[in-house]
Every structure is written in C-alpha cells, then in structure tokens.
Design a protein around this ligand. Structure first.
Ligand code: GRF
Length: 187
C-alpha cells in the first residue's frame, strides 16, 4: 500500500497530532505524516513533530498572502491529504479548491450543533445531554463540510468543561484514525 503523503495543521496542544503520528506508524494505516504546519511558534504540538522527526514549518498568518507559503510547502512535500487538528485559522478558498475533498477536520461537538469556538461552555449552558466529536470534510463554510464520522457520549449533570473536554478528546483519538481509514477505503 502506498501511503498518502499528509500534512497536519496545528495551533496548540497537538494531542491529536501525536495520536495520528502513532497510528501512521502502522504499515496498514493509509497515511504517512510528511509535514506539520503550525501558525503558533509556541504550539506544544511542535514537540511531537520534533520528537518523531517530522519536518515542520511555522506560518505567520499576519503576513499578507501567507497561504502562498503554505501552498509552496505542500507542493515541496508532495502533500495529497490534509488533517486539521486544532488549527485555529480559517482555510482559504484557494487551498480548499486545490485540495477538494482532501482536507478533513476534527471538531469537538456533534455537528451541526455547536459550530465554532467555546463548544463546551455553550453545551453546559444549554444543559445538553449528549456530547461528542465529528470528523468532517472542510469546505468554505465554518465546520460545515460533509460528515465522515461522529462519536457520541452522554453528559452527566456534574460534568464541567474540563471533564467534557477530556471525554471528547478520548473519543477523538478513536474517531480521527477511524475516519481516515474510512476516507481511503473508498479509493
Ligand atoms: C480538539 O479537541 C479538536 O476537536 C479541536 O481542537 C482540539 C485540538 O486538540 N478542533 P489537540 O491540539 O489535538 O490536543
């Protein structure tokens, strides 16, 4: 099996990046992580890129046309698939067009509920009974692309934001690799 050369975009903690790196080391997993892109030079996720010797680049999103730099590097590393794992920036339509149905994102809610930021505080405020995560294709609409896979858990009344995050991320570590396998099963 020829693994798809993949770039993971991050901004922070990078626990999903770490999880994907570990899965990608399995010979039957469909992707190889060839590049990490971060818009935050203090992102903890960069530690994993270094630890597992994966090339990484830092992008200054305050610079005009910064996405040209991204596109250049994606070409250089022959990237054919992109995973957004906690990347806190909107992807431009140029990138979405160039990588149509080749960009996936993980979101900490059961989409279409709770698009955007601060999902856990909004869920608590609304006394939601169920939480979860969604892996979906990325299109021009924020958290609006078609769903690949969702995982659900039940919320207890005593669950606070910290616990919701923990429960969600535990599911994310299963959902993201499963969704990637599902995407490539079609090809
Ligand atoms: C995840 O919870 C994901 O759903 C959201 O950002 C978080 C990133 O966490 N998009 P990490 O950086 O992978 O630990």
């Amino acid at each position: 099996m020829v693994k798809k050369s993949t770039c993971v975009f991050i901004s922070g903690q990078g626990s999903n990046l770490k999880n994907l790196i570990i899965h990608s080391r399995n010979s039957s997993f469909p992707i190889k992580i060839s590049l990490v892109i971060s818009n935050n030079n203090k992102a903890n996720g960069l530690f994993y890129a270094k630890k597992y010797k994966i090339p990484y680049i830092l992008i200054n999103t305050k610079v005009k046309n910064y996405e040209n730099k991204i596109l250049l590097y994606l070409k250089k590393y022959k990237i054919s698939f992109i995973c957004l794992a906690g990347y806190m920036k909107i992807i431009s339509s140029k990138l979405i067009k160039d990588y149509k149905k080749k960009i996936v994102n993980i979101h900490p809610s059961l989409l279409p509920k709770y698009k955007g930021l601060n999902t856990f505080s909004r869920m608590i405020k609304n006394k939601e009974k169920k939480g979860g995560c969604t892996v979906h294709y990325v299109n021009e609409k924020l958290d609006g692309g078609s769903k690949i896979l969702q995982k659900v858990f039940f919320i207890k009344e005593s669950d606070d934001e910290f616990i919701l995050k923990k429960k969600t991320q535990r599911l994310e570590y299963k959902a993201f690799p499963e969704a990637i396998i599902k995407v490539f099963r079609k090809y």
